[in-house]
Design a protein around this ligand. Structure first.
Ligand SMILES: [Zn+2]
Length: 354
């Protein structure tokens, strides 16, 4: 049994020798952990790192939660799994569509594949928006902290997750939401010892606070405590992030903004192009409406290559690509968290902000 493996989306994954817990720390720019470790806030990780594996890798583009969580659980870039943003613009319907529906998912997940091969699975997300995508086609336990109340065995693989975890239902805008996820992971390990767990937190804290601040160090200290418990239970702990985080304000405290829609209106006429921003997200409170990525949908007949080039001449723009160029770029420089888990007993690959 030890050399048993399964293949998903062209990659081979070894059967876990010990329970594997993959934690996707939302928005965890590597500096958060580096600073927390130097402040002495992460005693477990500080001790585990020298015996583990640490890798820095790029996330997939766009550097959002949904595309990257799906890349982690499919082992494939968005050009394969189909989740290319939190939102896309449906030209036929003339409206923005949120990519939360599994109908947009084109690839099967590693989680579903292991579950159908007989592994026991547990998935806990902070927000409910990810739950249906991550749990698509998967048998096992799958619920969100946000909607932990009233879960059913039929839909979520567990009755009354809230009662099971034994913590109050957290607010969607809080550090508690992430803590609930990790507390659930520990409880599930104690009770069911799943072969594979996937725990996905929320970046509420990282969006609001820089690395090295008391609030972020406390947040990472809290997480470190749960990872220590999972390690003590004999699990292989894999820590990764969906994307990093960078400041959207200059040293003077002013936001650094380029209004791409205004620029394109000036070039093409009012409302001819449609700019879709990362902030098109139902959970807007912690984003402050600023992001570093935009998709521009151009009108019929527009010269996309020329416009992309023209946008690239702006000093605020790091990279501007046509749709075909963007889709063909290989952003799968990351290796999958689960593969690290086969080789090492401890963490921690991380992703770089883009
Ligand atoms: Zn995220």
């Amino acid at each position: 049994m030890t050399d048993r493996s399964i293949t998903v989306n062209g990659r081979r994954y070894a059967w876990p020798k010990a329970p594997v817990v993959v934690v996707c720390i939302d928005g965890s720019e590597p500096a958060y952990m580096d600073e927390a470790i130097s402040a002495g806030a992460m005693p477990w990780l500080a001790k585990a790192l020298p015996q583990g594996t640490k890798r820095l890798a790029d996330c997939v583009i766009p550097s959002f939660t949904n595309p990257n969580n799906l890349s982690i659980v499919t082992g494939a870039p968005p050009s394969v799994h189909g989740i290319c943003g939190n939102y896309f613009y449906d030209r036929q319907a003339g409206t923005e569509i949120m990519m939360n529906d599994p109908k947009y998912l084109r690839a099967s997940t590693i989680l579903a594949a292991f579950a159908s091969a007989g592994a026991s699975l547990a998935v806990v997300t902070a927000k409910d928006k990810l739950r249906r995508l991550l749990g698509h086609g998967m048998t096992g336990i799958c619920f969100s902290a946000e909607k932990a109340e009233g879960t059913t065995k039929a839909e979520h693989g567990i009755d009354d997750a809230l009662g099971f975890v034994g913590r109050p239902l957290p607010s969607v805008y809080s550090a508690d939401l992430s803590e609930f996820v990790l507390a659930a992971g520990v409880k599930l390990m104690e009770r069911f010892r799943p072969d594979i767990s996937y725990l996905s937190t929320t970046d509420y804290i990282q969006h609001k606070h820089a690395p090295g601040t008391k609030i972020t160090n406390d947040f990472y200290r809290m997480m470190d405590g749960y990872w220590a418990k999972l390690d003590a239970a004999g699990a292989t702990v894999v820590l990764t992030a969906d994307h990093g985080m960078n400041a959207k304000h200059g040293a003077d405290g002013k936001p650094q903004i380029l209004f791409l829609q205004t620029l394109l209106d000036g070039w093409l006429g009012d409302g001819k192009a449609r700019v879709i921003l990362p902030i098109t997200d139902p959970y807007v409170a912690h984003h402050g409406a600023l992001g570093s990525f935009a998709t521009a949908y151009l009108p019929e007949g527009a010269d996309a290559a020329a416009i992309a080039k023209r946008i690239a001449t702006r000093p605020e723009i790091e990279l501007s690509l046509t749709r075909a160029e963007a889709a063909s770029r290989n952003f799968s420089a990351f290796d999958l968290a689960l593969n690290y888990a086969q080789a090492v007993a401890s963490p921690a690959p991380q992703r770089r902000a883009v």
